[in-house]
Design a protein around this ligand. Structure first.
Ligand SMILES: N[C@@H](CCC(=O)N[C@@H](CS)C(=O)NCC(=O)O)C(=O)O
Length: 228
């Protein structure tokens, strides 16, 4: 009998921030998954997503029983519910609620930061000047991260890596890649996320497999991406 496992459809790892959020719950918590690819900005992208059972965007996940999850937050909730002993969310009820709230806020917010600084794990940029709207998003991140990091003392928001950290991983990449101004505590957290073995593995695979997408170029001098 064939082994039934999860399947995930992702975009290019170097650039697809939502794919990273969809895959990290598997990669960071040792939940087996088979990875399939749909090339963003290619003619066949939407057809590939539809053939998988998704709708216009990546990530999408097929569960071992054939269910379909078409959104990163649905993937997170499904896996937290299905693998309650894997530590995807903090066990303390107050911390758990806080983690869930942060995930939801990340999913629906930080629009200025997301649009001004597209995730690009292949290169960093010198001289990026954040707008007031981006600075306001960074101030909100400082407020969100400050209390849990002060309590846990790191390295992650609630001590051990959880889904909340997975959802902030692309933000960490943006802070590092665009040299955005953050506090020493936030910078230590960014470094911890980028140093996580699952995040490293994701970036390495993208560096190996992806082709540069010119649309992500900034009109700024390039720097090596600052992996810790
Ligand atoms: N809300 C979705 C967002 C997914 C999303 O926007 N994915 C991007 C890639 S990072 C995408 O597929 N873009 C292609 C398109 O929209 O045509 C989620 O959380 O999964």
């Amino acid at each position: 009998m064939p082994v039934m496992t999860y399947r995930i459809l992702i975009g290019q790892r170097s650039y697809s921030s939502w794919s990273l959020r969809g895959w990290l719950p598997f990669g960071a918590f040792d939940i087996p998954v088979t990875v399939e690819h749909a090339l963003m900005y290619s003619d066949g992208f939407h057809a590939a997503v539809a053939a998988f059972g998704g709708h216009r965007s990546v990530p999408a996940v097929r569960t071992p029983r054939g269910g379909i999850l078409t959104d990163s937050i649905a993937i997170a909730w499904h896996l937290a519910e299905t693998f309650p002993d894997h530590g995807l969310l903090p066990s303390d009820p107050i911390q758990r609620a806080s983690a869930q709230s942060m995930i939801a806020e990340m999913h629906s917010g930080f629009l200025a930061l997301r649009s001004a600084c597209p995730m690009n794990l292949r290169t960093a940029w010198a001289g990026f000047v954040p707008s007031d709207a981006v600075l306001a998003d960074l101030a909100r991140l400082e407020a969100l991260w400050g209390t849990p990091l002060a309590i846990s003392r790191g390295p992650f928001l609630f001590g051990a890596f959880t889904l909340a950290d997975a959802f902030f991983a692309p933000v960490a990449a943006r802070i590092a890649g665009y040299g955005l101004p953050v506090s020493p505590r936030a910078l230590a957290y960014v470094q911890a996320i980028l140093a996580h073995p699952a995040v490293r593995a994701w970036r390495d695979a993208g560096m190996e497999q992806d082709v540069e997408i010119p649309k992500y170029d900034m009109d700024l001098p390039r720097l090596p991406f600052p992996m810790p």
